[in-house]
Design a binder for this molecule. Structure first.
Ligand code: HEC
Length: 115
């Protein structure tokens, strides 16, 4: 009985390992950064919060306040990721455009939207 259990466990582990490899390989081979970024933006849960907070402190805090309460710029509570990304790209009013880009922009937008 014990042997059978061990054999079944072993088979399950093997199957699990193969399954994981199968699903991971295609995206890695494609080398398509754009798709990965869209996935991250859509899946709110997966972003680098520590990086987002660091980017906010370096690039946004001076105008938008330490608690998103606003300073020379407006408070940033209640904004969704897309609006924040658009603001980063366009630079509304006196806000400079393109302060951050790529993963930094995704992370900081997701971090702000989560606060
Ligand atoms: C130099 C000051 C300054 C910095 C730095 C700055 N902002 Fe702004 N931001 C502003 C001002 C001013 C506005 C209001 C613009 C307007 O609507 O006239 C604004 C508006 C916004 C808005 C609102 C846009 C809307 O549609 O209502 C968002 C979101 C935003 N900023 C995000 C950011 C993020 C994220 C960063 C850091 C990457 C950042 N800002 C850095 C000054 C700044």
């Amino acid at each position: 009985m014990k042997k059978l259990l061990v054999a079944m466990l072993g088979a399950a582990l093997l199957l699990g390992a193969c399954g994981a490899e199968d699903t991971e390989e295609p995206p890695a081979d494609e080398d398509d950064i754009d798709t990965e970024e869209t996935d991250e933006a859509a899946g709110d849960a997966t972003y680098d919060a520590a990086n987002g907070e660091a980017v906010y402190q370096n690039q946004c805090l001076a105008c938008h306040g330490g608690d998103l309460e606003g300073a020379s710029g407006p408070g940033l509570e209640g904004y969704d990721v897309d609006t924040i990304l658009a603001a980063i790209e366009e630079g509304p009013g006196t806000m400079p455009a393109d302060l951050v880009s790529g993963d930094d922009a995704q992370d900081v937008a997701a971090w702000i939207a989560d606060q």
